[in-house]
Structure formats: C-alpha cells, structure tokens
Design a protein around this ligand. Structure first.
Ligand code: BG6
Length: 488
C-alpha cells in the first residue's frame, strides 16, 4: 500500500512570518508587527505606549495594561516587518516550490491587508489584488492554495479598541472579512482553514508562569466566539461555493502518560480533552463535548452562549480536520519529573525520544498515533498542515547547505504518515512547515530554520534575502516525484 495517487504534498507558511511589507500596499498594523525578536533564552517583547504616554515593553503573551497601544520604537528590531519579503519575492519562491513538485501550498491572508483596521466598509483593493496574484501564480504551476484566514495577526484596532476576541462583535467582522475572501477568490481557492491552532488560547496557560484562573475563564469565552465565527464562516463558504472545503486547524499537542501509573493515565486523558479535543470536537461535531461542563466548572466559567450560537455551531461543521504536529509531551502527576519544551506542549521529558536544539522532542510514531486517534474519532478527511524541524543551518561557500538532520526528521514523519495511511486513515495532504526559511513564531529568530529553501537573512535583520536550495530541497523533490516511495 502507498500514499493515494492524488495525495497533496507541499509546504506551509504564514503571512506575518514571511510576507514582510508590513506597512506597504495599504496594510494596517497587526499585533505581530509590534513583536520584537527574541532568542531561545531571551523572550520576544511587545512594545507599547501606556495611556500616560510612557514607552514600555511586555513579554509576549503578557496582557498589556488598559488603554495601552502597541507601537514601534527605534532601537528595537521587529522581524515580521520584513519577514523574508515574500511580498516582493513570491514569484521566485513559488517557482522554487513548483520545482520541488508541490501540489499544495498553505499560506495565510493578513486580515489587515484586506481590512486595515478590521472595521472598514470596503476592503483594501491593493490587498485583494496581491493575494489574487499569488493564487494565480500558484495555479500557473497547478499548485492548490490552502488558505488560513487568520494566523495570529489580528489588526491592532480590533485588539485594542474593540477588546479582541472577548468581544462578540468580532464574530461579525470576521465573517464579513471571510465572505469578501470567498467571493473574491471563488474558483481560485478551494481549501480554507478558519483559525490557525484554534486551541492555542487554552495552551498558553500551561507555559506562561502563574497564568491567572480568571484569565482562563475569559479565554473560554473568547474561544466560544471563535468557534461561532468559524462555524458561520464554514456555512458561508458552502453557500458561496459548494465546492469549497473548510477545515479546522488545531495544534496537535499529543501527549503520553509518563508512567503506566493510573494517575498519570487519567491526568493525560484530561490534558488531551482540555488542550485538544475541547476545540476539535466542537468544530467537527457541531456541539460542545460532554466534558465541557467539567472544564467550565474548574474555572468557574459561565459562558454567554445564545440559542443562535448553538444553531450556527451545528450548521458550520468542518469538512476536514487539520493540525500542526512537531513533537509530543508526557504527562505525570510526579512534580519531580524532568520537564521538556515543545510546540505549545510542555510536560515531562520522554526518556525514549531525541530532542531538537530548541528542546522539542522528535517523534514520528506520535504522528501515526495522532492520525489514527483523529480519524477514529471523527471519520473526517485529515491534513497534516504543519510539521518540520527548526535547526541551525550552515551556508557553505559554494552556496550549498547540508541538512541531513532535517531530512532524517521529515523522513521519519513521512514514513509515519504512510503507516497511518496503511492503517486506513484518510489523509489528504502534508504541508511541511516553513518550506522556505521564515521568522520563528515563538522566538522571532531567523536562526531557527525550517526550510528546504535557505534565505540569507540573519537574526539581526542583515542579509541579502537571496534564496539557496538545501540538500533537503532535492530530497523532498524526490519524495514528491515518487509519491512518498523514495525517502532515502
Ligand atoms: C506553530 C505555528 O505553532 O508552530 C507557526 O502555527 C509556527 O506559526 C510553528 O511558526 C513553529 O513554531 P516556531 O516557534 O518554531 O516558529
């Protein structure tokens, strides 16, 4: 058995991490535009001006004081402002994706490029045309776009003046924005994802120290608004073009019990429910799961859910379940267990796994496990829309980059997907994350490179932006050509 004939191989990016041109073409400012560059040891900061006019910075994810406005200061470096300048290099980049044989390319649209503040009556035509040109360029090579409508880069006006997703008004604004996209790109874009890693608001509590219980309560309400917004947009897509397929996108934070002690097993089951299934169940099944009330009780949350919300959720079930997958974690009730990092996942260190330079575990089998779990639970088509290895690469004098570690990582995950397909899972696509080097979301670095394509850009913003093919570029081309058969 092998990958299905029409399996879609490709890569993934997000607007705020690669586009650059942050204040070009009528684009408004987004929350990520005020994020500085960090490193593995130094956090990213949000820079802002207080109500009283004082210039300040806060660690990313920290709440800003009331009345504060994000602002850009001299003397700080903001890596998303230029990204890898995909905005001006997209033709060259897409040609390279085509050379690798991509069948699908996941990208996101920056809301603020379409509605600079998020509240305008009419969309920004320059933004609309930019993405139309990108989609046309992809079509030229028969590459299917897979478009994330919202990938962390909320227009600042919506965050600061309207209060962000805690405000119900955002549901209407998001639907309006998505309807513009569906009407404009009907016939060009078939596959859509509503929210990147929709479970991320719930994951934050496990890695921000002393995250207040009150805040989780707000996050549960905020998420409810996102669920309804997502459902309404799924329904809208189907109305506008019945051929459109819309998926949820969840951070695939898989975890195992550290020991077979029943306390660890129960703790892990609860963690999976709270961190993953709470969000995925509602998107796929159109109603909150049975354990939702237990979670709300824990945080004393009494959600504002209207009768119409329940109808919207039912009518806006997704067509497919998609997720990011980088690493797995372990759960234990033992407070002395050694801790590990991961993509949003924290928890105990797994003694059977290797860890990347950024401390994320490498676990291909976990992907097979998750694919089986999800398919068994929902029987919906699946896509792996993010997976990859962030590592330090060396550009040699002759322009080559030897990255056997990335090939080994990706091979392990390709084989795991193949196993899952043989298990009977209906898997439609694989979009490798950061197929071209881009700005890391968690650390803001360039040094944490994922790409098959190297971009000459450094942590401090220096570099020519020239693109180079890594060894993994040729390897992935072969994988695609052989439809996953030749992985050596
Ligand atoms: C996911 C995000 O959480 O992980 C991406 O959807 C992000 O935006 C990716 O880039 C990898 O994380 P990082 O921090 O290594 O960039």
């Amino acid at each position: 058995m092998a990958f299905p004939k029409d399996f879609m191989w490709g890569g993934a990016t997000a607007a705020n991490q690669c586009e650059g041109a942050w204040n070009v073409g009528g684009k408004g400012m987004t929350v990520t535009d005020a994020s500085t560059a960090g490193t593995l040891t130094e956090p990213r900061y949000t820079t802002y001006v207080t109500k009283e006019g004082e210039k300040k910075k806060a660690v990313m994810f920290e709440e800003l004081p009331k009345g504060a406005h994000r602002a850009v200061f001299d003397g700080y470096y903001y890596p998303c402002h230029e990204g890898i300048d995909f905005y001006h290099h997209y033709k060259e980049d897409i040609a390279l994706f085509a050379e690798m044989g991509f069948k699908i390319f996941r990208m996101s649209i920056s809301w603020a490029r379409i509605f600079p503040k998020g509240i305008e009556d009419e969309p920004n035509q320059e933004g609309i045309e930019f993405y139309r040109n990108v989609f046309k360029e992809l079509k030229k090579y028969d590459i299917e776009p897979l478009v994330t409508i919202y990938h962390y880069d909320l227009p600042v006006y919506l965050e600061e003046d309207l209060g962000g997703w805690g405000n119900r008004e955002l549901i209407d604004l998001y639907e309006k924005y998505a309807r513009v996209l569906f009407n404009e790109y009907k016939g060009l874009v078939k596959y859509w994802l509503t929210f990147n890693e929709i479970n991320s608001p719930l994951l934050i509590r496990s890695f921000v120290p002393n995250y207040p219980k009150e805040k989780v309560k707000d996050d549960l309400q905020l998420l409810h608004h996102q669920f309804v917004a997502s459902a309404r947009v799924v329904r809208a897509a189907h109305e506008i073009d019945p051929d459109m397929k819309v998926g949820t996108m969840v951070a695939g934070v898989t975890s195992y019990p550290l020991r077979c002690h029943p306390d660890d097993v129960i703790a892990n089951q609860k963690r999976q429910q709270d961190d993953f299934y709470y969000c995925c169940d509602i998107m796929a099944r159109g109603e909150y799961p049975y354990f939702a009330q237990r979670l709300w009780n824990e945080f004393d949350a009494k959600l504002d859910i209207t009768d119409q919300d329940l109808v919207d959720l039912k009518e806006g079930k997704v067509d497919m379940v998609t997720f990011s997958y980088y690493s797995t974690g372990c759960t234990t009730v033992d407070p002395n267990a050694e801790k590990a990092k991961g993509n949003f996942s924290t928890g105990a260190k797994n003694p059977y796994l290797k860890y990347s330079e950024w401390g994320w575990s490498i676990d291909g089998q976990g992907l097979r496990y998750l694919l089986n779990e999800l398919y068994g639970r929902y029987q919906l088509p699946l896509m792996v829309v993010e997976n990859g290895l962030g590592a330090v690469d060396q550009l040699e004098e002759d322009g080559s980059i030897h990255d056997p570690y990335r090939i080994a990582y990706t091979k392990e995950h390709v084989l795991a997907m193949k196993d899952a397909v043989n298990d009977g899972v209906n898997l439609l696509a694989y979009t490798y994350w950061g197929c071209i080097d881009l700005v890391s979301a968690s650390t803001g670095e360039m040094k944490k490179r994922y790409g098959f394509i190297y971009v000459d850009k450094n942590n401090d913003g220096s570099g020519t932006l020239k693109r180079y093919k890594k060894d993994s570029f040729y390897w992935y081309k072969k994988v695609i050509e052989s439809n996953g058969e030749d992985v050596d």
